[in-house]
Design a protein around this ligand. Sequence first.
Ligand SMILES: CC(C)(COP(=O)(O)OP(=O)(O)OC[C@H]1O[C@@H](n2cnc3c(N)ncnc32)[C@H](O)[C@@H]1OP(=O)(O)O)[C@@H](O)C(=O)NCCC(=O)NCCS
Length: 188
Amino acid sequence: MKDSVPRLRRVGARVLLREATEADAKTMNMWQSDRAYWMGEFNYFDSEPVRDYVAELTGSDRLVTRDGGTLLVEHIVDGSLLGDVTWRPARYGPNERSKCWNIGIALIPSARGQGYGAEAQRLFAELLFDVTAAVRVEASTDVQNTAEIRSLEKAGFVREGVARQAQYRHGEWHDMVVYSVVRADLTV
Ligand SMILES: CC(C)(COP(=O)(O)OP(=O)(O)OC[C@H]1O[C@@H](n2cnc3c(N)ncnc32)[C@H](O)[C@@H]1OP(=O)(O)O)[C@@H](O)C(=O)NCCC(=O)NCCS
């Protein structure tokens, strides 16, 4: 199954998105070691299992399937790793055409606030529209996550509303603001 998915890569002006390889695994494990620091408080879930990327990427395995996965965000000029983007299906009906992609992003602390997040999320939506039939890419974030809200808006995502008490994190329920970009937004 994994081998039938084309190798994913998209190059922007300052960052590129690419699949992880075995050479990236130790860095990704370091990010796992303290998610609250490396990936941010809004990505910290006490109950989330810690992934071992060294084990997952040993040999020729990939972090990408037909139903989602993880790509790395890399700085074009110096090749440094800035963080990752992930995607998974969300469904608004039982049929295949009612499936869209829900994306997430986390940049390491030193990479934040410089516009990389906006560029990466725009590239990511374009890539998903290119390689899949989906017409909708959505993202949701805590109503208090000012950086991600602003970053999504700069990336061309449209605010749709607030999903109340949608996420359980840090011992309480959080309201999430929902954004999307649809295929037609990028083709006009
Ligand atoms: C959220 C995130 C992906 C945004 O990417 P980014 O590259 O930092 O964001 P951008 O530089 O594209 O845009 C951020 C905007 O928010 C503003 N901002 C407000 N508070 C900010 C903060 N604490 N950190 C960074 N930017 C902040 C910036 O000024 C900027 O707006 P401007 O360009 O109008 O000045 C990144 O900050 C991150 O990875 N944070 C931790 C993980 C996270 O919260 N992920 C999303 C979970 S749903």
